[in-house]
Write a protein that binds this ligand. Structure first.
Ligand SMILES: NCCC[C@H](NC(=O)CCC(=O)O)C(=O)O
Length: 457
């Protein structure tokens, strides 16, 4: 049976704003307090989805979340009417209000870890929503994410859904941003590559299997390592992956300290190719060897040297937060953000790469500035789901990008979204009403049922 890689992009929610919520994410920290443009953000995202659809890729849409999150605010002790809750939170705890208004679910690379059916013991596609424990504003995503994924991949004959891992730092899980699946063909047994930032239980315990670093004691000094080895191992167990086809690697702590808060800021992979910076992993030589062996010796590694592109340039340009795509016409495309073009060193490296003999044939540049200003590039905005023909026929067709859905969603954004949000707007009860009205209509467009808390009371 033929198999495909589908990309499910997160639709940007109506409250998209810059609140400087992500310590360790340079863009988020430096753009806090700037005015955002949710309408433009959503339209920029839709343009990318439509472009991939036009190239013949399978493209899906994942719905955003209900924000402001009144249910979390009430859980934290704010009371009264919706307007009272917002007013009290704005006065007494504006940072908590901002966290409860973030549209961060747009970065669906953090929505879940997905294992295709060719890799799992029961032959189903497995999904585990990421608990995102390291950031409060993201830790409140996984329940609704789980419901959206179940409404998108509902058929239990093909799709298996797990709850998020326990919500404590020991099992900090950031989902597919730290997970790459390599394969020779999308429908064949693949190699799942899990990248973590630290080990929660330390080196007193036996060395984990398939882990190139003997004593996992190194940790970043400045910024948090969000994702643990133990989380990755739990996901591999839940998905029924075989040890022989799993490789674990630790992110280099120094690059986390340089602003690489997820591995997808410094590495991207597709099929039998890994495109990464030479300083991405601890013990990088061993990581490369393990991956090559697990892939049966047929594996391409494009390793970018620091003297061409520094880690700082990678973080500034999001070179590696690109989408490495195998197009239906057989060519390999790298989808990059505009920031790569404006960085001279990155652009000259990329120009040489596509003109040379590398496996990458073409570049496509997108303006994703609204998302980039919060540290989310092309790869952050998508969750990959490799599916065979039967699975493709089984997922919710209303979530699949088409010319018609593109027109419908553009119109929906134009009607419901604001073109400017600053901090003071987050407490506006009208924004809550607008957001819920928009999402209620969206669940009908995408045929999701009642996935939002406000629809379930
Ligand atoms: N994969 C990209 C994720 C980016 C995301 N940024 C944020 O949540 C910033 C939100 C703000 O600062 O308003 C994060 O750091 O997890």
């Amino acid at each position: 049976m033929k198999a495909f890689e589908a990309n499910f992009d997160g639709l940007v929610g109506p409250t998209h704003n810059y609140s400087g919520l992500s310590f360790g994410n340079v863009a988020s920290q430096s753009n806090g307090a700037h005015a955002s443009n949710p309408k433009l953000a959503a339209l920029q995202g839709l343009q990318k989805m439509k472009a991939l659809h036009d190239m013949g890729m399978v493209q899906g849409v994942l719905a955003p979340q209900e924000r402001p999150d009144l249910f979390t605010l009430r859980r934290l002790g704010f009371t009264g009417s919706d307007a009272d809750v917002l007013a009290q939170a704005a006065k007494e705890a504006p940072r908590i209000l901002a966290a409860c208004c973030s549209a961060s679910s747009m970065w669906t690379a953090n929505a879940a870890t997905v294992s295709p059916s060719a890799d799992t013991s029961d032959g189903k596609v497995h999904f585990t929503p990421a608990n995102l424990t390291n950031k409060f504003h993201r830790s409140i995503e996984h329940e609704t994410t789980g419901r959206i994924l179940q409404a998108t991949f509902a058929d239990q004959n093909y799709f298996a859904h797990h709850p998020a891992l326990p919500g404590v730092e020991h099992f900090g899980d950031e989902g597919a941003a730290n997970h790459t699946r390599f394969c020779h063909g999308y429908g064949e047994q693949g190699v799942e590559f899990f990248v973590f930032g630290r080990s929660a239980f330390g080196s007193r315990y036996p060395e984990p299997k398939n882990c190139p670093e003997p004593k996992i004691c190194l940790e970043p000094k400045k910024y948090p390592a969000r994702h643990t080895l133990e989380a990755s191992q739990a996901v591999a167990r839940l998905h029924g992956l075989s040890d022989r086809h799993v490789v674990y690697a630790q992110q280099h702590p120094d690059v986390i300290d340089a602003g690489v808060f997820h591995n997808d800021v410094i590495a991207v992979g597709n099929r039998d190719t890994l495109f990464c910076h030479e300083q991405a992993f601890l013990n990088q030589a061993a990581v490369k060897q393990q991956l090559t062996e697990a892939m049966g010796g047929h594996f391409n590694i494009i390793e970018v040297p620091a003297n061409h592109v520094s880690v700082e340039d990678a973080v500034q340009s999001y070179l590696f937060n690109s989408q490495l795509l195998s197009l239906p016409n057989g060519r390999t495309l790298l989808v990059i953000p505009e920031e790569c073009k404006s960085n001279e060193r990155v652009w000259s490296y990329l120009s040489e790469l596509v003109n040379g003999s590398s496996p990458i044939d073409e570049l496509k540049v997108f303006d994703l500035k609204q998302s980039m200003s919060n540290g989310g590039g092309p790869a952050c905005l998508r969750l990959r789901v490799a599916m065979n023909e039967a699975e493709l026929a089984a997922f919710n067709p209303a979530t699949r990008m088409s010319d018609k859905l593109f027109t419908t969603l553009n119109d929906w954004v134009e009607r419901h979204y604001r073109d400017r949000i600053v901090d003071a707007d987050l407490a506006d009860p009208q924004l809550l009403i607008e957001s819920r009205t928009a999402l209620d209509e969206l669940t009908q467009i995408l045929q999701l049922g009642s996935v939002y808390p406000f629809q379930r009371v």
